[in-house]
Design a protein around this ligand. Structure first.
Ligand SMILES: O=C(O)CCC(=O)C(=O)O
Ligand SMILES: [Fe+2]
Length: 248
């Protein structure tokens, strides 16, 4: 865990010419054999929905031959960081600078705006800086970093499939006060990928699995991961509005 966070910091502290290499999918894919992309675009995102973030998508079945043909490879520090980050699914590495005077008043302008994740589950590793908050009973509650622990978030997909039995959690990240080091975190989003993402249809699972109660009527229409994500991205990932769109 600490190695992974350290790798992120190392990467962010690289000179600009190294850390700015992977600005396009093509460039980074050719360098690393994985796909990386930045979510720093402000095109369809409201303020607060962007930060310095890189997404790694590992090919489902990496083909060694094509990797070998891919060129000389990244510098050793980057290769090391990438090795530590490898795994299934999608990982992000946000970096949030400390802000002089930051407090709750900054929360809607800097950090990660309130949202729920378009995943079944998200496994999150945060560093010791803090700033993550969840919405509980209408109040923002801090999620203090616990060394050696992951934060596991229920995502919108699980809420949809469980017909509201498990509720996705609204969360945000607020800027921390000056003096703290820049914050890094790694999130792994578990959701359908590859062909299944556009072909497999997911809907509420009947909840009477024990046969003890009549199943509750579905509260959401069925959808594919691709349709859900496209809608989510189009909304600019704010709050839980994407889920509402699928509600019957
Ligand atoms: O950085 C964090 O703690 C949370 C990041 C997050 O919520 C996300 O990327 O969806
Ligand atoms: Fe999130």
């Amino acid at each position: 865990m600490s190695g992974m966070l350290e790798a992120l910091r190392t990467f962010h502290e690289e000179p600009a010419d190294v850390s700015s290499v992977p600005t396009t999918r093509g460039t980074w894919a050719a360098v690393s054999g994985t796909t990386a992309t930045s979510t720093c675009s402000t095109r369809r995102r409201p303020p607060g929905a962007t930060r310095s973030t890189w997404i790694w998508r590992r090919p489902a079945r990496p083909r060694r031959k094509s990797r070998r043909r891919a060129g000389p490879g990244p510098p050793p520090e980057i290769a090391g960081a990438r090795r530590r980050l490898r795994g299934r699914g999608q990982r992000r590495r946000p970096l949030l600078p400390a802000v002089p005077g930051a407090g709750d008043s900054w929360s809607t302008t800097l950090g990660k705006t309130r949202h729920s994740d378009p995943s079944f589950l998200t496994v999150l590793l945060q560093d010791g800086v803090g700033g993550l908050q969840v919405l509980l009973g209408g109040r923002w509650v801090r999620v203090p970093p616990v060394p050696g622990a992951f934060v596991v978030n229920i995502g919108d997909f699980l809420q949809l499939m469980s017909n509201d039995k498990f509720k996705s959690v609204e969360h945000r990240v607020v800027a921390v006060d000056a003096g703290a080091p820049p914050r890094v975190s790694v999130a792994c989003f578990f959701r359908p990928r590859g062909a299944a993402a556009s072909t497999r249809v997911y809907g509420p699972i009947p909840t009477d699995t024990l046969g003890t109660k009549p199943p509750s009527p579905p509260r959401y229409r069925s959808t594919t991961a691709v349709e859900f994500i496209n809608h989510y991205m189009g909304k600019g990932h704010v709050s839980k509005s994407a889920l509402k769109h699928f509600r019957i």
